[in-house]
Design a protein around this ligand. Structure first.
Ligand code: DHB
Length: 337
């Protein structure tokens, strides 16, 4: 493995980023679910300049979602329970995908299903649609009727979904499996989806959470439980990225979970992500993806990186060096009489 030695001093940084065949001029994408199909961010951001828009997970049929209230604020985060509200695949293709395609916006389509067969139908329906840069397979939505339906909580179910999606999607379109942190061993789930043909993984989806209102003395959310996102979950996400990159260093990782600044994004790169998604942060700063990219570029430039890809997984190399130096010091001390 080549070891990049950062040389101080600002300079131009090649910010291009690759997730398998998906090559982007910028490493910051939106995160699924936080800006529908991107249209609402268009007044604030040049959506062609960011890595890609990742759309809200789409299902086969239109859905009205879960009862309100659907969002609750928490310390350094929020819990949401939308219930995969959406127009269904046909309207999504006719309106949202068309809107994105006409503007030349790189688009990652997130899909969600209630059964393996539904995922298969979604993949088949999207197969011949132009303008799809990648598919993100949401197998980890926390807001389903039963935990048994969270495919990403079981290696076999996770692999089964990814296998049909990979098999029925256009071969040149990368398939990313979005995993849940609510598992004992995320590396085992990652192995299963990679064996099933995933080209990469998106890490992480929200954590299952709950808020109880002290006035009503019952759960705040209409759906009772919801997905926790925001800075509160960032260390969990960084840990998941680190573990999966350590186990599969060549697998592309799209990292996400509480990224709010360029420094946060840098942390994900060091852990092993090749690109990052920004979600919850856009609710109070709709410019966040562009701002975070500019901040990240400045951090990389200040540290003397010529290219963003040199930082991907560097935390592992630095840690290995640190441990080797520490061991050498200890060995030298033991040798001294
Ligand atoms: C929803 C879906 C998700 O994947 C998530 O992380 C949070 C909420 C939803 O639609 O309810």
């Amino acid at each position: 493995m080549t070891v990049h030695t950062p040389v101080p001093g600002p300079g131009a940084v090649d910010m291009s980023s690759a997730l398998g065949r998906l090559v982007m001029p910028d490493p910051v994408l939106t995160a699924s679910g936080c800006a529908a199909a991107g249209r609402e961010l268009a007044p604030f951001l040049d959506l062609r300049a960011i890595g890609a828009v990742v759309t809200k997970s789409i299902m086969l049929e239109p859905r009205s979602g879960r009862p309100t209230p659907r969002m609750a604020e928490t310390p350094s985060g929020m819990v949401n329970s939308i219930g995969l509200q959406g127009p269904g695949i046909e309207e999504f293709i006719a309106k949202d995908l068309r809107w994105l395609r006409e503007r030349g916006i790189r688009t990652v389509v997130s899909i969600a299903g209630g059964s393996v067969q539904e995922y298969q139908k979604l993949a088949q329906r999207l197969r011949h649609e132009p303008g799809i840069a990648a598919l993100e397979v949401n197998i980890s939505c926390p807001n389903v009727e039963s935990r048994g339906q969270v495919f990403a909580c079981d290696p076999f179910s996770a692999g089964s979904v990814v296998q049909v999606v990979r098999r029925h999607s256009a071969p040149d379109v990368p398939v990313l499996a979005k995993l849940s942190p609510d598992v004992t061993d995320i590396v085992a789930i990652a192995k299963s989806v990679l064996d099933a043909g995933a080209d990469g993984v998106s890490l992480i989806n929200t954590l299952l959470g709950m808020v109880i209102d002290p006035d009503t003395m019952r759960p705040t959310l209409g759906g009772m439980t919801g997905g926790l996102s925001g800075p509160a979950i960032r260390p969990v996400a960084v840990r998941a990225v680190w573990q999966v990159h350590a186990a599969f260093p060549r697998v592309p990782i799209l990292g996400m979970g509480g990224i709010r600044t360029g420094q946060d994004a840098f942390e994900f790169l060091l852990a092993g992500a090749s690109a990052v998604s920004v979600g919850t942060a856009v609710f109070n700063d709709p410019h966040a993806p562009a701002r975070i990219s500019a901040e990240l570029r400045d951090i990389l430039a200040a540290r003397g990186f010529a290219s963003l890809s040199d930082a991907v997984g560097l935390g592992h190399t630095m840690q290995a060096r640190h441990v080797a130096a520490r061991d050498a010091r200890r060995a030298a001390q033991e040798d001294t009489p």
